[in-house]
Design a protein around this ligand. Structure first.
Ligand SMILES: Cc1cc2nc3c(=O)[nH]c(=O)nc-3n(C[C@H](O)[C@H](O)[C@H](O)COP(=O)(O)OP(=O)(O)OC[C@H]3O[C@@H](n4cnc5c(N)ncnc54)[C@H](O)[C@@H]3O)c2cc1C
Ligand SMILES: *[C@@H]1O[C@H](CO)[C@@H](O)[C@H](O)[C@H]1NC(C)=O
Ligand SMILES: *[C@@H]1O[C@H](CO)[C@@H](O)[C@H](O)[C@H]1NC(C)=O
Ligand SMILES: *[C@@H]1O[C@H](CO)[C@@H](O)[C@H](O)[C@H]1NC(C)=O
Ligand SMILES: *[C@@H]1O[C@H](CO)[C@@H](O)[C@H](O)[C@H]1NC(C)=O
Ligand SMILES: *[C@@H]1O[C@H](CO)[C@@H](O)[C@H](O)[C@H]1NC(C)=O
Ligand SMILES: *[C@@H]1O[C@H](CO)[C@@H](O)[C@H](O)[C@H]1NC(C)=O
Ligand SMILES: *[C@@H]1O[C@H](CO)[C@@H](O)[C@H](O)[C@H]1NC(C)=O
Ligand SMILES: *[C@@H]1O[C@H](CO)[C@@H](O)[C@H](O)[C@H]1NC(C)=O
Ligand SMILES: *[C@@H]1O[C@H](CO)[C@@H](O)[C@H](O)[C@H]1NC(C)=O
Ligand SMILES: *[C@@H]1O[C@H](CO)[C@@H](O)[C@H](O)[C@H]1NC(C)=O
Ligand SMILES: *[C@@H]1O[C@H](CO)[C@@H](O)[C@H](O)[C@H]1NC(C)=O
Ligand SMILES: CC(=O)N[C@H]1CO[C@H](CO)[C@@H](O)[C@@H]1O
Length: 754
């Protein structure tokens, strides 16, 4: 006999997200997954999660069979809740199995399921079982009450249950396959319900007291494309890319995950078969897909050190000011130095060679997630934005919050061209779809427009809106993009595009006499079944990004303190590689301008244009090379030196500064400390472009911290928006037929940044 739930290894699993749902029969609000076949499962947990939850399963009912849910992704070794119809009543019990057989009753003291009467019934089409699961959370066999997302299993069987009237002796035939789903439960609105005096809410909820619901909306800004609140209860997120995450390239070896989900793919995205996610009209590389850089980056998640804010950010944005926002971010999106769910580290030869090397020259091992302020002479396992073995980031940790809200709308395939101004007031945005057709979306009186298209793109929207240096706006006026500018008297002269900064990266590759048995690209691109199976459990080398060791140090010079970051791995057998970044404290900067056909370009390159930066890099590289030559494990080539490498750098793709924040409209800043563009009433920028300084590590973590803090600043301003509806006014683009395309004008050299 084919045994119970054989195919519940979720072979055909698809990701499904839950959303908030209030059940009319019980009044309980659940975080619920529902499919189109009438199957749903919802969970509510107490406001302070302990071990109890309320669950509700609903399944089609034809008088026999059963419905089951597993409280982990696996059917074996998981607490199972199974319910079935018995005449007109519902019988249920807790079960567990270590093999693929009819699961036995699970009895343990303190564990039970008890039905909630109004939500437990059989009607002519469905079976509903709503229950209090006492003692059920936080076990090896279940999930933790404070999880930020959980994956569960589901099964339906249509074969008759043996002994259906008895909760303890009923047994089940195998399920019919094809009914299993993966349920991913995400944080949603902080709704809660009262049951027997307890406060319940959908799992992974926010602190309602600290987060009144009306204050949630602007958090959707985080790392997001332009956002257009049209009235206080309506948030429109405009994303130029046409595909949501689900429409993206999946892996040949696992069609439920995209190339962005798989952490090890972070080092291979530029050479993947689908590279359509990179922007084609900007000066350097950026992600033009929902989630932007956070979906294509190398997953480094370097929590900013205090000095990253304290040195150059204005009053109101020092570390003590942003700390609460940082903590809020880390609660939802923590990052990790140990990404594999099985808590093993894989492919560690570079770590095994370099950690003793750095130890021998006085560096100390730290955990970069736990000790963000230790940035001199330290090394760490790489901190990554990975959770449950998959790429994390705002698309997973924040966007579902927004999508669960009825006042939020995401519009794809909508490129923002410009803000439409009447003097200082933004009355709408002009948007373009992929066919080049344009229309205007009006902002209701009192509404705000928030640009979040990144350091490489936000300046274009500002120039197109008549905001920026006169020469850049003049390029738009004389160009062929057909952008309608405000009259010259209304141009706002701000230093948009200036203060562009980035981390230059220097590459030091060493032969090693030690045992560098690194995995090869083929191991990642065509993984074997061992690694595929490990990945399915959130573990193994595919659940890691490409770095194997990170180090940081600093150097005091007469021209200030400069920080350095190194990301290391073993690119081939017998070799280790250090990618050395000059970071916080670098004094070089450049300028981002616009071309006549609407692409952005470097009019001054942002890297290594001060002598003090050059001297510091040469000094640090020479000291590392001397230490390597002095070591027993590393053999740098004899021609390598600071002087030979200093001009040989690639971009870090960590651009900041093109719409810099400052305290006053004195010609040095574009946005004020509320992130509002000077000279406007309701235009904001929340992305890496507003950062006045380069951080010590890769940019995404600090960009997210700043976005959280910006949300609180914008909320504090309040809104007086009315609630009229929006209208769309079609307009036409006059395309640049004869001009070179933005694509062909981009730098021909594709810089590889890892
Ligand atoms: C290849 C690469 C590797 C990186 N590696 C790392 C790393 O390992 N760790 C790290 O911390 N950082 C890394 N970064 C940097 C980090 O990802 C960025 O600093 C961060 O994503 C910047 O966020 P942002 O919100 O400013 O803009 P972006 O992430 O660029 O987001 C901009 C968004 O706006 C959309 N958009 C752009 N123009 C328009 C328009 N006109 N209309 C509508 N939508 C528009 C885009 O599609 C995108 O969704 C990397 C970046 C790149 C490109
Ligand atoms: C449950 O049903 C009873 C009877 O229909 C009703 O009086 C009661 O209000 C319901 N309880 C809830 C929480 O809906
Ligand atoms: C219930 O449905 C299954 C599959 O649709 C079918 O095989 C079975 O005969 C049905 N049972 C009843 C009692 O209708
Ligand atoms: C259904 O109810 C009838 C009468 O109450 C009872 O005789 C029968 O055993 C029940 N059927 C099952 C499957 O329990
Ligand atoms: C039976 O109950 C389910 C779950 O509440 C509901 O969706 C369905 O509409 C009900 N069917 C009928 C016929 O009332
Ligand atoms: C969840 O709770 C466990 C144990 O109570 C704790 O170790 C863990 O850090 C918590 N996780 C989060 C994300 O709060
Ligand atoms: C622009 O604003 C002025 C007042 O600030 C107002 O009189 C005028 O009607 C507005 N124009 C448009 C087109 O809305
Ligand atoms: C090199 O490392 C591999 C994998 O860890 C190990 O199997 C092998 O024995 C090592 N060889 C030497 C010479 O240390
Ligand atoms: C699968 O690949 C990994 C990484 O290359 C390797 O360590 C492992 O031995 C391989 N397993 C099998 C069964 O080939
Ligand atoms: C694909 O990956 C997901 C996510 O890790 C996993 O749950 C699923 O089981 C995998 N599927 C296969 C066929 O390996
Ligand atoms: C640099 O100087 C600061 C004081 O200005 C000191 O705290 C720090 O330790 C120095 N760093 C190094 C690497 O010497
Ligand atoms: C590094 O190793 C390669 C391949 O074995 C060899 O060709 C090269 O000469 C070595 N370089 C140094 C500096 O030892
Ligand atoms: C020699 C040198 O690089 N001097 C730089 C010191 O730092 C300031 C900014 O802090 C730069 O403007 C100088 O060019």
């Amino acid at each position: 006999m084919r045994s119970f739930l054989t195919s519940l290894a979720f072979i055909a699993g698809t990701y499904a997200q839950s959303s908030v749902y209030t059940d009319a029969n019980t009044g309980i609000t659940f975080q619920r997954y529902a499919n189109t076949e009438g199957v749903s499962f919802g969970i509510a947990v107490p406001q302070t999660p302990a071990s109890d939850f309320i669950g509700q399963m609903v399944a089609p009912n034809n008088g026999s069979g059963y419905a089951g849910v597993s409280l982990t992704p696996s059917m074996t070794g998981s607490l199972l809740v199974v319910a079935w119809p018995n005449n007109n009543s519902v019988v249920a019990s807790l079960r567990e199995t270590s093999g693929y057989t009819s699961p036995g009753v699970y009895t343990a003291s303190g564990l039970s399921v008890s039905p909630i009467a109004n939500g437990t019934f059989v009607n002519s089409t469905h079976l509903a079982y709503t229950f209090l699961c006492t003692g059920c959370m936080g076990l090896d066999l279940s999930f933790a009450g404070n999880s930020t997302s959980i994956t569960l299993g589901w099964a339906l069987g249509t074969k008759a249950v043996t002994n259906p009237s008895s909760a303890s002796t009923a047994s089940f035939a195998y399920h019919d396959g094809g009914s299993e789903i993966l349920v991913l439960l995400y944080l949603a609105q902080p709704l809660r319900t009262t049951l027997r005096g307890l406060q319940w809410q959908p799992p992974m909820g926010l602190d309602l007291e600290a987060q009144p619901r009306t204050q949630l909306a602007p958090q959707r800004l985080l790392m997001s494309p332009p956002l257009c609140p049209i009235q206080p209860t309506t948030i429109l997120l405009l994303e130029l890319d046409g595909r949501d995450h689900c429409g993206r390239s999946t892996m040949a070896w696992n069609d439920t995950v995209t190339q962005y989900d798989v952490p090890s793919m972070a080092y291979y995205l530029t050479t993947a078969s689908d590279t359509s996610e990179y922007c084609t009209d900007v000066a350097s590389m950026a992600g033009c897909l929902l989630g932007g850089g956070t979906m294509v980056n190398a997953l480094m998640f370097v929590r900013p050190q205090e000095a990253d804010f304290n040195d150059k950010w204005p009053t109101g944005w020092k570390f003590t000011d942003v700390k609460a926002s940082a903590d809020k971010l880390y609660e939802r999106n923590p990052g990790t130095t140990l990404s594999s769910v099985d808590r093993q580290r894989y492919d560690q030869s570079a770590w095994n060679i370099l950690s003793p090397f750095f130890g021998s020259i006085g560096y100390k091992e730290v955990d970069a997630i736990q000790s963000p302020n230790e940035k001199t002479q330290v090394f760490s396992h790489p901190p990554w934005d990975i959770q449950d073995g998959l790429r994390a980031g705002p698309v997973k940790s924040y966007l579902p919050l927004a999508k669960a809200m009825s006042n939020f709308k995401l519009t794809l395939n909508t490129k923002v061209v410009r803000a439409i101004r009447n003097g200082s007031t933004i009355s709408g945005v002009e948007v373009e779809d992929s066919t080049g057709s344009r229309q205007i979306i009006n902002v209701n009186p009192g509404g705000n427009v928030i640009l979040a298209s990144g350091t490489m793109s936000t300046p274009r929207i500002l120039y197109n809106s008549g905001i920026g240096p006169t020469d850049q706006i003049t390029t738009v006026a004389n160009g062929c993009t057909g952008v309608k500018l405000p009259s010259k008297a209304d141009w706002i002269n701000l230093p948009v595009g200036k203060n562009l900064r980035d981390h230059p990266i220097f590459t030091l590759t060493f032969n090693t006499t030690a045992n560098a048995t690194s995995m090869l690209s083929t191991d990642f691109l065509s993984p074997n079944t061992t690694d595929i199976d490990l990945f399915a459990k959130g573990s193994g080398p595919l659940a890691q990004s490409g770095q194997r060791l990170n180090f940081w140090t600093s150097m005091n010079t007469t021209n200030g303190t400069r920080f350095f970051q190194g990301t290391c791995n073993s690119p081939a057998a017998g070799q280790v590689r250090i990618k050395l970044y000059l970071t916080h404290g670098a004094t070089s900067s450049g300028v981002l301008g616009i071309t006549s056909d609407g692409a952005t370009e470097f009019t001054t390159s942002p890297w290594m244009n001060t002598d003090a930066d050059k001297t510091a890099v040469i000094t640090l590289i020479d000291s590392l090379l001397a230490a390597a030559r002095n070591s027993s494990s590393l053999t740098p080539s004899s021609t390598m030196s600071g002087a030979s490498l200093v001009s040989n750098y690639i971009t870090g793709d960590h651009f900041v500064g093109t719409a810099m924040m400052g305290t006053s409209n004195d010609g040095t800043a574009v946005v004020d400390t509320d992130t509002k563009v000077f000279g406007t009433d309701n235009l904001f920028v929340v992305d890496a472009s507003i950062h006045p300084d380069l951080p010590t590590g890769n940019t995404q973590a600090i960009v997210m911290v700043v976005a959280e803090h910006a949300a609180s600043k914008i909320l504090a301003l309040g809104s007086s928006a009315s609630n009229s509806s929006r209208t769309a006014i079609p307009s036409k683009k006059s395309p640049c037929r004869s001009a070179p395309t933005a694509m062909s004008k981009r730098p021909s050299k594709r810089l590889y940044r890892f």
